[in-house]
Design a protein. Structure first.
Length: 368
């Protein structure tokens, strides 16, 4: 990670349009092997952006390292080869071998994609891992991805997200009416049900739109990334918790024909590298969000606000309406939704007695 990362670099390098940048990463290989595998990775993230971008780059480097250089990885940040939101088609068409992205960006193709990043009142990081790996989630993901010629793996997570940055207090659901807010995925559909106007923007375009007034509010990730983006310069109120992304999973999406042409051991190596990044990225976010939040509150004067129960109840009612539409989309959409709901009940019920109950008592006793 570059220690001198600046938001202006992010704005220059990110986005879904514009000329492709010339900086392309080819990770150094220990040796050139006869059975070299060329891998082009396209992403939705700016180069060197902490967490999202550096995690994707770390994944690419890990592929090179694990293969002793047989995997010849070329890494393209958003806008360097294709625009951020063109990554899906670039891989599905076979022009690139892999993408790293949040799969809810593709919900316009099928609403089921949203479930494999995050959905309103959905799964936390721990719950998502349980669903994908042991609750039938991966099989459903494979079925959906297979319709587009893809095979996807968990490859990162940013955890529970904040509710967003606002220039006015949100005391009731009526305060959301007419609000132009950057919020993708099914969370955006929930906000639309409440009268807001959701906008989907890649990260590199958020700050300038917020400053100019083109949007009134935004969500992004959490304190670590939001501090870097300097949203505190453009909005005063920082709300929590985010109902829209309780555990935002990121994906390594592979062209399925290409992937299955590799040896079995190479396929396992790719899956293992993705699984490792899934753990490492979440660990990094958990390690850095707390300190970043303290700086925002104590040094930048940000006002931290919690959504009221009434507002959250309104979110829940709107989410029910959104899900009623999702399950009517197709048999596959319905099966994905029902599978997630069952896993949320089974795993979430246990975690409420385990992790949540313990954390509540520990923090009470220690005054945390």
């Amino acid at each position: 990670m570059k220690k001198n990362f600046k938001r202006r670099d992010f704005l220059k390098k990110a986005g879904i349009a514009g000329a492709a940048a010339t900086a392309v990463s080819t990770f150094p290989a220990p040796a050139i092997a006869a059975d070299r595998v060329d891998i082009a990775i396209v992403t939705t993230w700016p180069r060197d952006f902490p967490g999202l971008g550096t995690g994707a780059q770390r994944f690419g480097q890990r592929l090179t390292d694990m293969s002793d250089g047989r995997f010849n990885v070329e890494y393209f940040a958003a806008g360097e080869r294709v625009g951020a939101f063109d990554s899906f088609d670039e891989v599905a068409s076979g022009n690139a071998q892999m993408y790293h992205a949040a799969d809810y960006y593709w919900k316009g193709k099928h609403p089921g994609w949203a479930y494999f990043t995050a959905v309103p009142f959905g799964l936390t990081y721990t719950e998502c891992n349980a669903w994908i790996r042991f609750g039938g989630g991966q099989a459903l993901w494979d079925e959906l991805a297979g319709e587009y010629g893809l095979k996807n793996f968990l490859c990162g997570n940013t955890g529970v997200q904040m509710g967003g940055w606002f220039n006015k207090e949100i005391n009731s659901a009526s305060d959301l009416k007419g609000l132009k807010m950057r919020i993708p995925g099914l969370g955006g559909d929930v906000m639309a049900k409440l009268g807001a106007s959701p906008v989907s923007l890649p990260g590199g375009q958020i700050y300038e739109n917020l400053v100019s007034g083109a949007i009134d509010a935004t969500e992004w990730v959490g304190p670590w990334n939001d501090e870097i983006m300097k949203f505190h310069e453009a909005a005063k109120y920082y709300y929590f918790p985010g109902m829209h992304e309780p555990g935002s999973a990121l994906a390594a999406g592979c062209n399925k024909s290409w992937l299955t042409s590799l040896s079995g051991s190479d396929q396992v190596m790719i899956e293992a590298a993705a699984a490792m990044e899934n753990d490492v990225m979440m660990s990094e976010y958990n390690a850095k969000n707390g300190a970043a939040l303290s700086r925002l509150l104590n040094e930048q004067g940000v006002v931290l606000k919690e959504f009221s129960d009434d507002v959250y109840d309104s979110f829940g009612e709107a989410a029910d309406e959104v899900y009623a539409e999702v399950v009517e989309h197709s048999d596959l959409a319905n099966r994905i939704h029902q599978s997630m709901v069952k896993s949320r009940s089974d795993v979430g019920g246990w975690l409420n007695l385990g992790d949540a109950a313990y954390s509540k008592q520990r923090n009470r006793v220690l005054g945390l």
